[in-house]
Write a protein that binds this ligand. Structure first.
Ligand code: NAI
Ligand code: UGA
Length: 480
């Protein structure tokens, strides 16, 4: 029986291993983590992450061929294939701070593997890492290898949160990079055999190590670039009377462009797009390619611009001040169907509104009040430019309330900001909301989820990203 161990029981390690376990009943899969609360949650009825379909998959194989444990060393020692799926955040201090990937967790995992291994291992990079990381990992593993053969593979993960289980069941492709040596090729085949249990062979791409590592950063950079491109267009749409949804539809009909990932928004969030692009920028700079670095940097600059443009629009529309006014925020997660708030645009938008002394009342179906308070108080690193939107001070956090109902959040509010595209926000009783709000009543739709025409009929002043502006908003132009 092949034994797999995955180091890191997070958003990637948990779901990917659960899917391997359910698709490969003859393989024993153990997911290990240094965080006891996380492992306890994986072993309980309330999993540590909210992901549609995940509960069913975990419950079907947990205790059979899927296990969660804090006994990291034991399971690493016993495994044939070790996935490393630890976090690789942006460095916040030292060389490359604000851009480079922090590989502390990866390095300590690699050292531990080297310490405890007694048999040959295939070590799989599942985390997103800078190109050439495998070389460094190889050095750590082989430095004191005691005759053990290590093969390093790069097998980046392309799942998106909220659709992780579907993405894992039917991946567009699985990418495996390895050394171009007989040992490297054999390791590639061993990992390919795992995925071949459910992924058609033509969808399993094999490459050299560096292509696989770089493809992951490139894929995220291209995806984020599409959003920044459409968001840049949204600003021009508002200035000219074009409608960004019509523009997206029209350009997406070109089969070379395609229709996906062209939704204008208040900005992209999530733990990876910004971090991976910053990492790409840093690698370009280190390789003496400043023009390439600046090209990708612009994707993040437009994203920051889109968030501050949204805040400016809210404030300027409401007579240039939100001081003392109640602003309801619907949605705090970085996208629908997840409780994850990492780099959520709502954090910057709320900090901006709080900076202008608004009273902010927040509702998200999956995010707790403690998480929101933590996110708003968190100091953000300054990656390359002065932050427009500063974190909220402890005193200003008193201006925040977190409630468990959209109607409660919007009661007596002057404005509603929709910052996550939860389905339930499309179905709210907006007449009821309007009746209970201060007048004039504003809706700032950062996700283009509401029917603006219907809301205008009710009496709202509505702002939708990249759509023709109400006369009111035209008269109060936002300062970009
Ligand atoms: N979140 C996502 O949707 C995706 C993330 N990725 C990449 O996957 C990697 C992991 O991301 P997430 O799962 O979101 O991170 P996460 O923060 O949710 O999980 C990482 C886990 O690793 C554990 N860990 C850290 N060091 C450890 C060690 N030495 N031994 C044992 N456990 C250790 C942490 O306690 C944590 O539970 C990152 O490199 C990320 O860029 C890739 C694709 C999608
Ligand atoms: O490396 C990663 O972590 C993952 O990053 C993204 O996945 P994720 O961040 O989970 O979610 P996305 O669906 O990509 O959304 C990212 C952000 O972009 C926003 N978005 C997305 C699409 C769009 O058209 N417009 C838009 O504003 C979303 O609302 C969200 O804030 C990629 O889609 C995954 O392929 C990748 O594996």
């Amino acid at each position: 029986m092949v034994k797999i161990c995955c180091i890191g029981a997070g958003y990637v390690g948990g779901p990917t291993m659960a899917v391997i376990a359910i698709k490969c009943p003859a393989i024993e899969v153990v997911v290990v983590d240094i965080s006891k609360p996380r492992i306890d949650a994986w072993n309980s009825d309330t999993l540590p992450i909210y992901e549609p379909g995940l509960d069913e998959v975990v419950k079907a194989c947990r205790g059979k061929n899927l296990f969660f444990s804090t006994d990291v060393e034991k399971h690493v020692a016993e495994a044939d294939i070790i996935f490393v799926s630890v976090n690789t955040p942006t460095k916040t201090r030292g060389l490359g701070a604000g851009k480079a990937a922090d590989l502390t967790y990866w390095e300590s995992a690699a050292r531990m593997i080297a310490d405890v291994s007694k048999s040959d291992k295939i070590v799989v990079e599942k985390s997103t890492v800078p190109v050439k990381t495998a070389e460094a990992i190889e050095k750590i593993l082989t430095h004191n290898s005691k005759g053990i053969n290590y093969q390093i593979l790069s097998n980046p993960e392309f799942l998106a949160e909220g659709t992780a289980i579907d993405d894992l069941f039917k991946p567009d492709r699985v990418l495996i990079g390895g050394r171009e040596t007989p040992g490297g090729q054999k390791a590639i085949q061993a990992l390919k055999a795992v995925y071949a249990h459910w992924v058609p062979e033509e969808n399993i791409i094999t490459t050299n190590l560096w292509s696989a590592e770089l493809s992951k950063l490139a894929a995220n950079a291209f995806l984020a670039q599409r959003i920044s491109s459409v968001n840049a267009m949204s600003a021009l749409c508002e200035a000219t009377g074009a409608d960004v949804s019509e523009v997206s539809y029209a350009i997406g009909k070109d089969s070379r462009i395609g229709p996906k990932f062209l939704n204008a928004s208040v900005g992209f969030g999530g733990s990876c797009f910004q971090k991976d692009i910053l990492n790409l920028v840093y690698i370009c700079e280190c390789n003496g390619l400043p023009e390439v670095a600046n090209y990708w940097k612009q994707v993040i600059k437009i994203n920051d611009y889109q968030k501050s443009r949204f805040v400016n629009r809210v404030v300027s529309s409401m007579f240039n001040t939100v001081s003392g006014k109640k602003v309801a925020v619907l949605g705090f997660a970085f996208k629908k169907d997840t409780g994850d708030t990492r780099e959520a645009p709502a954090i910057d938008v709320c900090n901006g509104l709080l900076g202008d002394k608004a009273q902010v009342s927040i509702y998200d179906p999956q995010v707790t009040g403690e998480q929101i308070q933590r996110d708003l108080a968190m100091n953000k690193f300054d990656w390359d430019h002065p932050m427009h939107l500063q974190p909220t001070s402890p005193a200003a956090l008193k201006q925040v309330s977190v409630v468990w109902d959209a109607y409660e959040a919007t009661k007596d509010a002057h404005a509603v900001c929709i910052l996550t595209e939860w389905e339930e926000f499309k179905k709210l009783d907006y007449q009821k909301i309007f009746d209970n709000m201060q007048k004039p009543a504003f809706v700032f739709d950062g996700r283009n989820v509401v029917d603006a025409a219907k809301l205008r009929e009710i009496g709202f002043i509505v702002y939708s990203i990249g759509k023709p502006l109400d006369a009111w908003l035209k008269d109060m132009p936002a300062v970009a």
